[in-house]
Structures are given as structure tokens and as C-alpha cells.
Design a protein around this ligand. Structure first.
Ligand SMILES: Nc1ncnc2c1ncn2[C@@H]1O[C@H](COP(=O)(O)OP(=O)(O)OP(=O)(O)O)[C@@H](O)[C@H]1O
Ligand SMILES: [Mg+2]
Length: 113
């Protein structure tokens, strides 16, 4: 199992969520986020300290999927989340040890969909 954390533009959330549902990945967690990427450190040089501390409003999508669904999930996020411009966001992928559906006690990959 893999955990995907995607930090996206908030305006892309609806399309990504629909895209994931369409490829049978309906379960996800969404968190409000704020952050800064690489180009802010260049901004700092030109505009001073105050600008470099500015945070962009972002949305974090977190989903745990089976190994076989990883590429499908990432491809949907890239397809519906990218404009091909700086600030599009970032995707981080982690290994997941275990999962438990609390209503049934079912563990492992059966618990994630
Ligand atoms: N290394 C990182 N660790 C944690 N969060 C990050 C990291 N890089 C980017 N982010 C988050 O992703 C958001 C979008 O990042 P962004 O796309 O601007 O990254 P970048 O490295 O500046 O690349 P780009 O050239 O596309 O702008 C940031 O606002 C921040 O919340
Ligand atoms: Mg950036």
C-alpha cells in the first residue's frame, strides 16, 4: 500500500476528485494547506524578507491506495492538477505499513477500498 500526498492548487480539487472517482479511487482525505515552494527563495533575493515568508493557499489531498493503483492515482492527479506552470504543486509517495477499517476490524489492503 502507498500513501499519496498531493499539494495542489485549490481550484483543481473538484476535477481531481471526480477523476479519481472515475478510475474507482473514491476514498480520500482533503486538508486545507498553506506553503511555499522553490521559487519563493528567488523572490526573497528580489523583494526582501517579507515576501519570502508569504504562504500560498493550497489544498492537500491524501489517499492510500494499493500498489497496483499507485500509477493510476498519480496520473489522475497530474492530468487534472497540472497547468504545466511553476506552483502547480507536488506529489509525495510513502509506503504504508497497515490499514484498519474501524467498523469491521478488517486489516490490510481490504481496508482501503
Ligand atoms: N519539499 C517540499 N516539502 C513540503 N512541501 C512542499 C515542498 N515543495 C513544495 N511543497 C508544497 O507544494 C506547494 C507548491 O509547490 P510548488 O509547485 O511551488 O513547488 P516548487 O518546488 O516551487 O516547484 P515549481 O517550480 O512548480 O513552482 C508549496 O506551496 C508547498 O506547500
Ligand atoms: Mg513554486
Amino acid at each position: 500500500m502507498k500513501k499519496i500526498e498531493a499539494i495542489i492548487r485549490p481550484s483543481k480539487l473538484k476535477a481531481i476528485q471526480q477523476g479519481l472517482k472515475d478510475v474507482d479511487i473514491p476514498c480520500l482525505t482533503v486538508l486545507p494547506a498553506s506553503g511555499t515552494g522553490l521559487q519563493k527563495s528567488f523572490t526573497k533575493i528580489y523583494r526582501g524578507t517579507e515576501q519570502s515568508l508569504t504562504l500560498q493557499q493550497r489544498t492537500m489531498i491524501m489517499c492510500v491506495v494499493s500498489d497496483e493503483n499507485l500509477d493510476k492515482c498519480v496520473n489522475v492527479i497530474l492530468k487534472f492538477g497540472s497547468d504545466g506552470e511553476v506552483g502547480d504543486g507536488k506529489i509525495f509517495i510513502y509506503n504504508v505499513e497497515d490499514a484498519i477499517r474501524m467498523s469491521t476490524g478488517v486489516r490490510g489492503h481490504e481496508a482501503i477500498h
